[in-house]
Design a protein around this ligand. Structure first.
Ligand code: ZN
Length: 226
């Protein structure tokens, strides 16, 4: 016989069903004991997994990928960045923390988020890379946040540009913030890596200023993200 609590829970779910953040279908198998996946239905959940090729090289820069590239992931990222649906952030941070744990990093690593140009940062209300880095710092000891990079306010969107255009723009866009003491081991943090031009330029800027960039941590790598 069902308890009153269980009946109320069923009534609540019937009246206000939880919808999958990726496909929009009703989630019928919610697993409260595993809240990190509560936002996806079983079908989408099965497609969101760790990347097999989770360590690739961008030139000489190691890239640590938390997820395999998949449309479910891209839908969540787009909903977060452009639609303000921030529920997946916790899931992203958790997967990135797991991925980072696979690397033998020295203690005292600084996580440096890839910055947004100020006008877009204000319009969006947040920098997704910074939120990921902040979440990671709360999840793991011996990490610190380094908001050392800034991006020209005139910088445009990278999404949709050709590879050569991205590199050309990126070289002019990124700088060290005035007054920052740049030093020690660093891991760059970004959401989706496409050509890798931005990450490589950020690496060059940081290393010129005195840091040792050990790699870049991203959600996934994909050839084109629009
Ligand atoms: Zn779904």
């Amino acid at each position: 016989m069902l308890s009153l609590g269980s009946l109320l829970d069923r009534a609540w779910r019937f009246a206000w069903p939880t919808l999958c953040h990726a496909c929009g279908n009703i989630i019928t198998d919610r697993r409260e004991h595993f809240p990190r996946f509560d936002l996806l239905c079983a079908r989408c959940r099965s497609r969101l997994g760790p990347s097999e090729g989770n360590r690739v090289l961008l030139g000489e820069l190691p890239l640590f990928c938390a997820f395999a590239p998949d449309q479910v992931l891209f839908t969540l990222v787009k909903g977060w960045k452009y639609g303000g649906r921030d529920a997946p952030c916790r899931l992203f941070v958790s997967a990135m923390a797991d991925r980072l744990a696979l690397e033998r990093l020295p203690s005292g690593v600084t996580l440096v988020p890839v910055p947004l140009p100020l006008p877009r940062r204000i319009r969006r209300g947040f920098n997704q890379s910074e939120l990921l880095a902040r979440g990671l710092i709360h999840k793991r000891d011996n990490l610190r946040l380094g908001r050392w990079l800034e991006r020209s306010p005139l910088a445009g969107r990278q999404a949709g540009r050709r590879r050569e255009q991205r590199l050309e723009y990126a070289v002019r866009e990124y700088h060290i913030k005035r007054g920052c003491n740049v030093e020690g081991p660093v891991v760059l943090v970004d959401d989706i890596c496409t050509s890798g031009a931005t990450l490589r330029v950020c690496r060059d800027v940081l290393e010129t200023a005195g840091a040792e960039v050990l790699g870049a941590l991203v959600l996934a790598r994909v050839e084109a993200f629009r």
